[in-house]
Design a binder for this molecule. Structure first.
Ligand code: HEM
Length: 389
């Protein structure tokens, strides 16, 4: 089923309408079964018959012979990413990442990010600027830098490499040049990581160094773990930053606690609009029968505005935290959720503390569905009475 043009202003209402009227669908281009409602999505995220690992042998066998080696290498690298792996390997890598990110939302990181954000907003009141390019992008680099303990220049560098890898994953059809660029970027990321491990430093880099030295994982797995953290944190954070100024107004800031507003902004943004899973054995979903290695799309974005699970889903309200599926659920639940929540809380505190809201002039969004992406949000910070009662 076609989900619609995600750059349209009424797209959220459209997602809500889909969840209301439709339980399952078929995505024609990929032949995936789509799952739209919250209860089904939550259940299938924990279903052991579904895995994130994809058997690539058949996929590669269908490609022209001359492009198979480059795609095999790319798929092997992607298969090492936590989000595309399962079982003991995934659990081992996750354990290291969770250790590495344990202090990433600590008080001193929060304090440093508060200063960073104040500096980014200084002198902007009453001037027109782009909330995405001028604030959200540098802020996302700073969040990454502070939470993994590297310099801002290094955070920019690894993000740029991560984006180059993502461009190849996002391209549909065979594009050997992009696949080669992705492999070259992964090699540069590996070299960067080797150097960072050699120099030593943060808790996060030490945790990734443990993956690097682990005989069962190794340097490629460590690079894949870093690539996942970089790409998994950067775009979605910018997406929530954008959604936040589109959704949150002075009334919300005045009347609701910050954690409630943050959770609602993340729920309504749901930057990763779906996650893919593959069947490990034949199974039936709704009326759809799938063989082994059948593809399933679990639509977090419709599940998060499903009126049967979230009453009046487009309203910003105090709701149980469980209502929010933006970070997934089950064995792949986002290990960076605390970092993302901290980063958004700081922005909301700053807006409430300074008594400003961002008055939007013009918004432009990417029309692609898979990840929420803004091109720009131009407007200005204006005075608003937002002090909590
Ligand atoms: C608003 C920001 C974020 C959102 C919405 C988000 C969302 C998600 C989702 C939905 C998944 C599960 C994917 C699946 O089930 O296939 C995930 C996994 C992951 N996220 Fe996040 N994420 C965010 C920020 C972060 C940050 C800040 C980090 C790290 C600092 C991070 C690191 C990861 C990693 C490593 C995984 C893979 C875990 C696994 O598959 O075992 N994410 N994220």
């Amino acid at each position: 089923m076609y989900i619609g043009d995600s750059s349209e202003p009424d797209f959220a209402a459209r997602l809500c309408g889909i969840a209301e009227t439709t339980r399952f669908g078929r995505h024609e281009a990929s032949d995936a079964v789509q799952v739209f409602r919250a209860e089904d999505v939550r259940e299938l995220l924990r279903d052991r018959r579904l895995w994130s690992t994809r058997d690539i042998s058949e996929l590669v066998a269908r490609l022209p012979i001359e492009v198979r080696p480059v795609y095999t290498r790319l798929c092997e690298f992607l298969g090492l990413w936590p989000a595309f792996s399962d079982g003991p390997y995934n659990r081992r890598i996750r354990a290291h990442l969770i250790t590495g990110l344990a202090g990433a939302a600590a008080d001193e990181v929060r304090a440093a990010l508060r200063r960073d954000l104040s500096a980014l907003l200084a002198g902007r009141v009453g001037t027109r600027f782009d909330w995405i390019a001028d604030v959200s992008v540098p802020y996302a680099h700073l969040v990454l830098a502070r939470s993994i303990g590297v310099s801002i220049d290094e955070a920019r560098r690894v993000t740029e490499l991560g984006e180059r890898i993502m461009r190849s994953i996002a391209s549909t059809g065979i594009d050997v040049e992009r696949a080669e660029q992705a492999l070259a970027a992964s090699k540069e990321m590996r070299d960067w990581l080797e150097h960072a491990i050699g120099v030593g430093g943060s808790r996060f880099i030490s945790a990734v160094a443990d993956i690097w030295r682990d005989i069962d994982s190794g340097p490629q797995a460590a690079t894949a773990a870093l690539a996942q953290v970089v790409t998994g944190s950067y775009q979605p954070l910018i997406g929530v930053m954008g959604a936040l100024v589109e959704i949150i107004d002075a009334d919300h800031l005045r009347s609701l606690p910050i954690p409630v507003i943050r959770e609602e902004a993340i729920r309504l943004a749901t930057p990763f609009r779906y996650v893919s899973r593959f069947t490990r054995c034949p199974m039936t979903i709704g009326d759809h029968e799938l063989g082994a290695d059948g593809r399933v799309m679990l639509l977090l974005a419709t599940a998060n505005v499903d009126p049967s699970a979230v009453p009046e889903p487009l309203e910003v309200r105090d709701r149980p935290k469980r209502a929010n599926l933006a970070f997934g659920a089950g064995p792949h639940y986002c290990p960076g959720a605390a970092v993302a929540r901290m980063a958004i809380d700081i922005v909301l505190e700053q807006l409430r503390g300074s008594g400003h809201v961002f008055a939007i002039g013009k918004v432009t969004r990417e029309p692609e569905f898979s990840v929420l992406q803004y091109y720009s949000i131009v407007g200005e910070l204006t005075e608003a009475s937002v002090a909590a009662p």
